[in-house]
Design a binder for this molecule. Structure first.
Ligand SMILES: NC(=O)c1ccc[n+]([C@@H]2O[C@H](COP(=O)([O-])OP(=O)(O)OC[C@H]3O[C@@H](n4cnc5c(N)ncnc54)[C@H](OP(=O)(O)O)[C@@H]3O)[C@@H](O)[C@H]2O)c1
Length: 433
């Protein structure tokens, strides 16, 4: 059996998983590709760490801190990048592709920003770039989107693609925990980083939605196209109102194409309790797709973790090896059929939940109604609740499907009304189907 020589960049959480999986599933993997798979070199940042993986010490001969040991090794045709970060990782991927090596990466930061450019570089240099693990950890969503549903037209993609925020919202919803308590718990359990900003403010999910939407709609979507709003302002009050009204609040990545134009957002969203994504809890991820022909499908699983993420990477490795054998590298997942067309706010239709604290006086509701009427917004329901202050009341409004720009204009006008104390919250509401 010939040997396929592989380079590994990074031996942390994911790198160790890849190392373990290649050992544990060695015979099955080699049976599938008809070759021995061998890691020749592993790039790490420190040679002084103890490296015991899956009960065995990693040979020091494998480890290096010199990238050129991988780049310059002519035997290595496939490199797995699981180092993370943006600038250096991009530079390494670029150099590897320029050298004609296939690259497999889990790096959504690099992919969301430079995916188009790097894919083109892979084609130019007759090699491949694979990134299944960059979205949804162990869920084979990219392959499903690009290959499994290649026969269909994707109309809508909705995802719970960030485990940290889903864990926090689940705790808030199921155990009435405040945001800060749930975040601390997530940090203690290792589900959230010491600096959780990228996760809780929605950036991580936005990057994944860039990758999914670009592939799903065959259009080069950028991070700037994603309306991004995180969960740090979600209050337990809204979570409870959501429950009363038959909804749950989830951080939803939402993208859809209509008349050739795409809208993409990541925001805390009211989902009906019956929606398939509503029961995706804790750190789990799921991606729900609507295709013109297939209808609705959903992919559920662990969005992170050492071995789950490694399964995606090693599956990419198998595909890479097969393509190497067939001599068809450099033709994968690369070109977009459509030019980038993003839907403007005056064409986006959506339902909203709005919570206001108002002075409890005759005529206030009339003022609100007249602003809504002027902006052609209609109510699905309005509920009034008492507040601790007997002079005030809370209004909870759910709109019908309305034009986003009109809704935003109405919010600006509501802020000017003397009798409105504050606009407490506003969330998008998604319907079933
Ligand atoms: N963790 C997950 O569950 C998960 C899931 C999906 C995708 N990802 C993505 O996978 C990638 C890796 O994540 P991870 O959690 O495995 O990271 P990690 O645990 O922090 O491991 C990073 C590894 O890269 C090495 N490294 C870091 N900077 C380096 C440098 N400048 N030069 C050489 N080596 C360097 C580190 O070396 P030392 O060992 O010497 O420190 C370490 O082995 C990221 O892009 C992440 O977004 C992670």
């Amino acid at each position: 059996m010939d040997t396929i020589h592989v380079g590994l960049i990074g031996l942390g959480t994911v790198g160790s998983g890849v190392y373990t999986l290649l050992r544990r599933h060695k015979s099955e993997l080699e049976f599938q590709v008809g070759h021995t798979i061998q890691i020749d070199k592993i790039l790490v940042s420190s040679l002084n760490k103890a490296r015991v993986i899956d009960g065995e010490e990693v040979s020091s001969k494998l480890l290096t801190t010199n990238f050129d040991d991988i780049l310059g090794n002519a035997l290595i045709q496939i490199v797995i990048e699981v180092m993370g970060g943006e600038t250096l990782a991009k530079e390494y991927i670029e150099k590897l592709l320029q050298a004609g090596k296939t690259v497999i990466t889990a790096n959504k930061d690099v992919l969301a920003k430079y995916g188009v450019e790097l894919n083109a570089l892979a084609v130019k240099n007759q090699c491949d770039l694979f990134y299944e693990a960059s979205v949804g950890g162990g869920i084979p969503i990219i392959r499903s989107l690009v290959e499994g549903l290649a026969s269909d037209k994707i109309m809508r993609i909705m995802g719970i693609v960030n485990g940290t925020t889903n864990y926090i919202l689940t705790k808030m919803s199921n155990e009435d925990m405040d945001y800060s308590v749930a975040l601390k718990l997530a940090q203690d359990l290792g589900f959230a980083e010491p600096d959780p900003t990228g996760d809780v403010e929605g950036l991580d999910a936005a990057r994944k939605m860039v990758i999914l939407s670009s592939l799903g709609f065959s259009m080069p979507i950028t991070l700037e196209d994603v309306y991004t709003h995180g969960i740090s302002q979600v209050s337990i009050v809204d979570i409870q109102f959501a429950k009363t009204l038959g909804y749950v609040i989830k951080l939803i990545g939402f993208s859809q194409i209509l008349d050739g134009e795409v809208e993409v957002s990541v925001q805390p969203t009211f989902l009906p309790k019956e929606h398939p994504l509503a029961s995706v809890n804790n750190e789990n991820n799921a991606v729900y797709l609507c295709g013109e022909a297939v209808g609705q499908t959903m992919f559920f699983g662990p969005g992170a973790g050492s071995l789950p993420t490694a399964t995606s990477i090693v599956s990419d490795l198998i595909t890479s090896i097969k393509r190497l054998q067939l001599g068809i590298r450099g033709s994968h997942l690369v070109s977009f059929k459509h030019e980038r067309r993003i839907k403007s706010e005056n064409k986006i239709m959506a339902k909203f939940y709005l919570r206001l604290t108002v002075e409890d006086k005759v005529g206030v509701l009339n003022q609100i109604t007249s602003i809504f009427a002027k902006e052609e917004l209609s109510f699905e329901s309005v509920v009034q609740k008492p507040t601790k202050n007997p002079d005030d009341a809370q209004l909870i409004i759910i709109t019908h499907e309305v034009v986003l720009s009109n809704y935003l204009r109405a919010l600006r006008q509501l802020k000017q009304l003397d009798h409105i104390k504050h606009i407490d919250s506003s969330y998008r509401v998604v319907s079933n189907g």
